[in-house]
Design a protein around this ligand. Structure first.
Ligand code: DON
Length: 307
């Protein structure tokens, strides 16, 4: 793929995103409501480590649910892909990302590590004896994927920890069903922290490019996860990465991806690149309106769709 083609796709992708409006910043986490709604960033990182970017691609924002992918990777490295499938699942729930009903319908099995219940169960499987050691492992994993030290925003974390009652309830529901594999208070605490780190669109694209490159960070050349673990992680992203809109995304874009309520969107083109965008206003499913347009535009312009 020519450099100029990717450059052009990123430039026109930013303009396409800026041309659409609609959506609303998440406000159930007070910090997110305060982020300027007009920011738009777009980045591509290829598997040879080349970066393309436009707009607010270096602006640091809360990773939120996109963190679920990387904690899943950490846990898969620890317990293996078969145990992940058995304990967490690999199916779409068809219900909102924070659904309690989805849990109740399936005897407490979350079905996917990419919904809140599944991500809290995933956090309960993070190695370490206490919250601090588990948290250190998560932060280290995010940093290895990004190829630079990722840090917690104390401000985002305080905002989330002060309002995460729904997730705490999910933690206890999991525990009562036997599907929280450790202390639910620790699991929800480290899950909440993992959502509160700051990344840019360039960071996200680098993290995704590590998956695109079979588990090797294309910038640091470090192997971050086993190559065998990439396909099941991408499968999870394809099934539930955009929550109730995952099918629409597969139908129209055809790439494994993940969204976050901070406005981040990540999509992976296996073997080639990752495309990431950031724009805070969200649609009803909790996915960035402009971010989806930006990433879809680049994928279409480059003719990349797995199907
Ligand atoms: O747990 C929560 O609700 C947030 N920390 C993250 C949710 C999220 O990003 C859903 N994504 N679209």
């Amino acid at each position: 793929m020519k450099r100029s083609e990717i450059e052009a796709a990123v430039t026109t992708g930013l303009a396409a995103a800026q041309a659409v409006s609609g959506g609303k910043n998440a406000d159930y986490i007070p910090f997110l409501a305060s982020v300027p709604s007009d920011l738009v960033g777009l980045a591509v990182v290829t598997t040879d480590g080349t970066t393309f970017k436009a707009g607010d691609a270096d602006y640091p924002f809360a990773i939120e649910s996109i963190s679920k992918v990387f904690t899943l990777a950490l846990v898969m490295e620890t317990i293996g892909a078969a145990a992940v499938r058995e304990k967490l699942g690999a199916d779409p729930t068809g219900l909102p990302f924070n659904s309690v009903v989805a849990l109740e319908l399936h005897q407490g099995k979350p079905l996917s590590p990419l919904v809140n219940a599944g991500a809290i169960a995933t956090a309960s499987l993070v190695p370490g004896t206490d919250a601090e050691s588990g948290w250190a492992a998560i932060l280290h994993t995010q940093s290895r994927f990004a190829g630079r030290p990722i840090t917690l925003s104390a401000e985002v974390n305080a905002s989330e920890q002060a309002t995460n009652f729904h997730n705490r309830a999910i933690g206890w529901l999991l525990y009562s069903a036997g599907t929280c594999y450790g202390d639910p208070v620790r699991a929800v605490d480290i899950y909440t922290r993992q959502c509160s780190t700051l990344v840019s669109a360039v960071d996200l694209a680098t993290m995704g490019a590590t998956l695109a490159a079979g588990g090797i960070n294309p910038r640091t050349r470090e192997r971050v996860i086993a190559a065998d673990h990439v396909p099941p992680i991408l499968a999870e992203m394809m099934m539930e990465g955009f929550y109730t809109a995952s099918g629409d995304w597969a139908y129209t874009v055809g790439l494994p991806g993940k969204s976050g309520v901070g406005g981040g969107i990540l999509a992976v083109v296996p073997g080639e690149m990752a495309i990431a965008a950031f724009a805070p206003p969200l649609d009803a499913a909790g996915n960035s309106v402009r971010g989806q347009v930006a990433v879809a535009h680049v994928a279409h312009a480059l003719g990349r769709n797995l199907f």
